[in-house]
Design a protein around this ligand. Structure first.
Ligand code: ASP
Length: 439
């Protein structure tokens, strides 16, 4: 998401040449301070009229995120599914696929549990509109049925049925993957052309997301300014709690699930050797906040820890697209924060919906900075909490967006490490891990 080394000139050069992470944090700080000051010196009508000027700048950011969501999910998934060769998939491939999906589910559960344990929230009464509290999520059975869209065009239109889009694009991408290996030259060429087209679309969409993120510091400033002016400085505590909740969940998941259970117990491998072997991938993921950008380093680590080439050559890129445990943990914790902040009590049905939707969301998350934050919009919508501009849900979501860069570092580090954890435990059990690399 950073402006990748190229220096911009012109009057806004200073803006574009400053690291995006730093700009977002400055936007966050300035927004909080400005909002706090406005809230303490202005009152009633005066405050409302000043905020009515600032608010649209934040709403514009939320709208930009909604705007890009469908094209990003659709193109990422089509290319992701179409890249998996059915021949390569075979027995080991389907095992890898099941592990990736099952563990994402587990990671969402961890995020939700930590959310319930720490209960991060802010008091957003005053920003809320009555509508925020009266929305009713559809029953789980209906939500599941909605996975199959009746009409793919309407599914992508107003209040997009994102699950329907995910389902359709996965079918579409899988069909491309099959036809790319067809025996008929004409079909093969046609499938290749469609693949290249969507590959181009996906690249372009990621470029658009990068462009939108250049606006993030201003959007975050305006969104947080409104929150702080209306709800007061006490929201800082809630924000700190979200960071604490996510990082405790991340650390717990890595230490207990990854290292003790998967690496040591299931794989029977040395934890310290594993850590030494994968540290470059973790650190690169942490600093770049992109699983995709980290891919070459993850591949290198995969070779270093002795994974067989025929496994890691397809399972690591596949993992960079669909195996995102860090993102799953974040989704669970963020949903608890947002729901609690707007006074929405999560029912067992909501929790079931979040477990399924967030698992699907991680599959559709692009491995770029902020990809998970985009998908959080979808998960929230599925439990009847759409983050529409001007609502309390959007205000709570805005607070998450403000600190997203920090949360993204931890979750991306986990996302890239997860692939290596599962593949080493699996290949060790199958007897194909090169143990010479572990001595
Ligand atoms: N940045 C993450 C990744 O690339 C995705 C996310 O935002 O959750 O893995």
């Amino acid at each position: 998401m950073e402006s990748a080394g190229r220096k911009s000139g012109g009057p806004l050069g200073w803006y574009f040449n400053t690291n995006l992470l730093i700009r977002i944090l400055i936007g966050l700080g300035l927004g909080a301070v400005t909002g706090g000051i406005l809230g303490s010196v202005l009152e009633g009508q005066q405050l409302a009229s000043v905020l009515s000027v600032i608010r649209p700048f934040g709403d514009a950011f939320i709208r930009l995120l909604w705007m890009i969501m469908v094209p990003v999910i659709a193109s990422t998934l089509i290319v992701g599914a179409a890249s998996v060769s059915p021949k390569q998939l075979g027995k080991i491939g389907s095992r890898v696929l099941c592990i990736y999906v099952f563990t994402s589910f587990l990671a969402v559960g961890t995020g939700l549990s930590m959310g319930f344990l720490f209960r991060p929230s802010v008091e957003l009464i005053g920003i809320a509109t009555a509508a925020d509290y009266t929305r009713v999520a559809p029953p789980l059975a209906q939500t599941l049925l909605n996975i199959i869209p009746q009409n793919i065009v309407t599914a992508a239109m107003h209040s997009p049925n994102l699950l329907g889009i995910i389902f359709f694009t996965l079918c579409f991408g899988t069909a491309i993957a099959m036809l790319r290996e067809s025996g008929t030259e004409r079909t093969k060429n046609a499938a290749e052309t469609v693949f290249n087209f969507f590959d181009g679309v996906a690249e372009i969409m990621i470029k658009v997301v990068k462009g939108i993120m250049q606006y993030a510091p201003i959007g975050v400033f305006a969104l947080l300014c409104v929150v702080f002016a209306t709800a007061g400085p006490q929201v800082v505590g809630g924000l700190v709690m979200v960071i604490v909740t996510c990082f405790v969940a991340y650390i717990f998941y890595v230490v207990v699930w990854y290292l003790l259970i998967c690496v040591r117990l299931i794989g029977g491998l040395s934890i310290s050797k594993f850590v030494m072997g994968v540290k470059e991938a973790f650190v690169t993921g942490f600093v770049t906040r992109s699983s995709m950008a980290t891919l070459p380093v993850t591949m290198e680590c995969a070779a270093k820890i002795g994974l067989p080439k025929n496994v890691y050559s397809f399972a690591v890129p596949l993992g960079a697209t669909i195996n995102m445990d860090g993102t799953a943990i974040y989704q669970g914790a963020a949903v608890v924060f947002i729901a609690t902040s707007v006074g929405h009590v999560l029912t067992p049905m909501d929790i079931g919906t979040v477990l399924i939707m967030a698992t699907l969301a991680t599959i559709g998350t692009a491995g770029v900075p902020g990809g998970g934050m985009l998908m959080l919009l979808m998960v929230l919508a599925q439990i009847g909490l759409p983050a529409e501009a001007g609502t309390a849900v959007a205000a709570a979501y805005a607070m998450i967006v403000g600190i997203d860069a920090l949360l993204d570092m931890g979750r991306t580090g986990i996302n890239v490490t997860g692939d290596l954890v599962y593949l080493s435990a699996l290949t060790r059990r199958m007897g194909t891990l090169d143990m010479a690399k572990w001595s």
